[in-house]
Design a protein around this ligand. Structure first.
Ligand code: AMP
Ligand code: MG
Length: 328
């Protein structure tokens, strides 16, 4: 990517800043903004050149489609064909961390959809995200505001770290409440199919829809292009820890950082301990970046206990950040 360097302003997300952000989006520029899941890199979802910019700034493979953010179910109907299932799920979980995949309408260019006939739509609950969508008057295409493959940003400083010099504006709305991305559900037929675990749990979906399917392996790669690529990884290796003793020497030598619920199993240089799985999820990406900045040479991360509703989403991010590498 050879974009010229811009001056990136980080501005508290008050009303004037949101108006400025909306004007930038309408003129084809990109703006980072907070959502309840992670920070998004937003552009006009009806403008193919905004989509091209998003892929270029992120260094994102062009076959990985973007989630389109809207302010309501009515607005979603203008972006995609909301099936009965999609409507039922959105009425239950919007605004919130649920993305539905539905047949796309023409107004959303193919660039945004990664060439697919479907579109992923979400109505976020963060007041700044909603204010930005409303002030822009267009649906906003927004992947996470990190360079492709890196941990998602959960505060404005993490966005600056990855995209400083590449975008004109970051709206600062403080740290994100959920800290992991939305749940992506294929809602094109009668039964929801989870394509990515996230902020809405499988159990919550089951409570509303009855049956819920999950797919994995090659089938998932075919149906959810984003899962084909490496994701969420800090610049140092992550080792999964599922209990038992760990020989710190087996982690490659140097300073080791730890993130998890229990006491670290060996003497680490820095430990982030969460009180429960939701807090672990909220802290995961932030702690990866913090430890990276501290100069650790490896990160040990505890596998969440089975049975916690948020455990699926957390395990998915940990597994992909580590590439499945285990310690102990
Ligand atoms: P991100 O923007 O990085 O949070 O990732 C977006 C996720 O949504 C990726 O896992 C994509 O594969 C998935 N996604 C977006 N659009 C579609 C679609 N039309 N069909 C299936 N998955 C999609
Ligand atoms: Mg992402």
């Amino acid at each position: 990517m050879d974009e010229p360097l811009l001056e990136t302003k980080v501005v508290e997300a008050h009303e004037d800043a949101v108006r400025l952000a909306a004007d930038l989006i309408l003129s084809g520029e990109l703006v980072a903004f907070p959502t309840e899941t992670v920070y998004g890199l937003g552009g006009d979802a009806t403008n193919p050149s905004s989509a091209a910019k998003i892929y270029s700034v992120k260094g994102r493979p062009v076959d990985n489609p973007l989630i389109v953010h809207v302010g309501s179910l009515e607005e979603a109907c203008g972006v995609g064909v909301m099936t009965d299932l999609a409507e039922m799920l959105c009425m239950a979980f919007w605004p919130g961390p649920l993305t539905v995949v539905v047949p796309a309408r023409e107004v959303i260019p193919r660039e945004v959809r990664g060439g697919l006939d479907t579109v992923a739509v979400r109505c976020p609950s963060h007041p700044v995200a909603l204010a930005l969508i409303s002030a822009s008057g267009v649906p906003i295409a927004a992947p996470s505001a990190n360079r492709s493959g890196r941990p998602s940003p959960t505060d404005a400083s993490a966005v600056m770290e990855d995209l400083g010099g590449l975008i004109p504006l970051i709206l600062d709305g403080g740290p994100c409440r959920v800290g992991l991305e939305s749940t992506v559900v294929d809602a094109t037929s009668d039964v929801p199919v989870i394509l990515r675990h996230g902020g809405v749990t499988a159990q919550e979906l089951r409570d509303v829809a009855g049956e819920v399917l999950t797919v994995g392996g090659e089938e998932l790669k075919r149906r959810s292009p984003g899962t084909r690529h490496r994701h969420y990884a800090p610049s140092v290796p992550v080792f999964l820890w599922a209990g038992g003793p760990v020989d710190i020497g087996s982690l490659g030598g140097g300073m080791v950082g730890y993130v998890g619920l229990e006491e670290p199993p060996c003497g680490v240089s820095h430990a982030v301990r969460a009180r429960d799985v939701r807090e672990y999820a909220r802290e995961l990406f932030r702690s990866f970046r913090e430890m990276e900045r501290m100069g650790v040479s490896a990160i040990l991360a505890q596998v969440p206990p089975k049975g916690d509703p948020m455990g699926d989403a957390l395990f998915d991010r940990l597994f992909r950040a580590s590439g499945g590498r285990t310690a102990g």
